[in-house]
Unconditional design. Structure first.
Length: 264
């Protein structure tokens, strides 16, 4: 039997997904797309999981689409249908990641290239090892940034940096990614696993619904006027204010004790 391309671990209420094709820097094959989507759906459906941590096995995080995968290979003199690959795999993958009912931490342990970079950048909190790097590798093979890169990059770093990163495709070290505001933190290689797990555990102990609504509201705000964003915040507070976790948070504050959140 072939080895799993996504390793799944559970540490308390944190679900860890580890991309596992280290010899190819965890480049995504058709089989791996299937396993990753199944693992994300399973984490979403598991009521015990309160945070997802995504990382890679070996010296890479993910080198994007596996360029040797049959889905990418031209047949009978016909060009491969790259658009179909994007629609079949990357669009649903990014939609699934951004709609997960739990917060998502990414620990970028090595190079993140092409779609691998953008998958990492869609996560809620991204930590990178100092030796890790981000490469918008698309232009080098005659493509535009996909996996949401054209949408995500200007929102994270502004148009000037987005275009520079996408057109030149330079290797951006983890520390520069933090400086540009592309990611949350760059940490020493030896500290990455522990720091990412600590962040994931903190998030897992917080009110999950409030965190997920925060992600969705911040994303949606980019299409809203300030008036509409203020109204949307009122609507969300109306909902969350009726939750167990709100009552628990206030009660714990008053009693000077640690809250125990349980909504999902
Ligand atoms: O259908 C579609 O394409 C649509 C979707 C597109 C999304 C995309 O992600 S497009 C972009 C695809 N990714 C790339 O273009 C990146 C290609 N890889 C690289 O440029 C380099 O490997 C890296 C800069 C990421 C790392 O360089 P380096 O020198 O550290 O490692 P390496 O020696 O190049 O790679 C190590 C092994 O991984 C090597 O295999 P080998 O020779 O030891 O047997 C290499 O072939 C393999 N590998 C790396 N990236 C890929 C890959 N194999 C298949 N696909 C890859 N993307």
């Amino acid at each position: 039997m072939s080895e799993a391309t996504v390793l799944i671990e559970q540490t308390g209420t944190v679900r860890i997904l580890r991309l596992n094709r280290p010899a190819a820097l965890n480049a995504l094959t058709t089989a791996m797309h299937g396993e990753l989507m199944a693992a994300l759906n399973d984490a979403a459906d598991d009521p015990h999981t309160r945070c997802l941590l995504l990382t890679g096995n070996g010296r890479g995080f993910c080198a994007g689409q596996d360029l040797a995968d049959p889905a990418m290979t031209a047949t009978d003199g016909q060009a491969a249908d790259v658009g179909a690959v994007v629609l079949r795999f990357y669009k649903p993958l990014v939609q699934r990641l951004r709609s997960l009912p739990v917060p998502v931490v990414c620990a970028v342990n090595g190079v993140a290239a092409g779609a691998g970079a953008n998958i990492a950048l869609h996560c809620d909190i991204v930590l990178a090892a100092r030796s890790a790097s981000f490469i918008q590798a698309f232009a080098k093979i005659g493509l535009v940034p996909d996996a949401g890169g054209t949408w995500l990059l200007p929102r994270l770093v502004g148009r000037a940096q987005a275009i520079g990163l996408a057109m030149l495709g330079d290797k951006l070290p983890g520390a520069d990614a933090e400086r540009l505001g592309l990611i949350w933190r760059c940490v020493d290689d030896a500290a990455l696993a522990d720091e990412a797990l600590a962040v994931a555990q903190r998030l897992a102990d917080l009110p999950t619904r409030a965190l997920v609504e925060t992600r969705l509201a911040i994303d949606a705000s980019q299409q809203l006027s300030m008036d509409d964003a203020l109204s949307e915040e009122a609507r969300l507070q109306g909902q969350l204010g009726r939750s167990h976790d709100f009552r628990e948070g206030v009660a714990a504050f008053s009693a000077k004790r640690k809250p125990v959140f349980k909504d999902r």
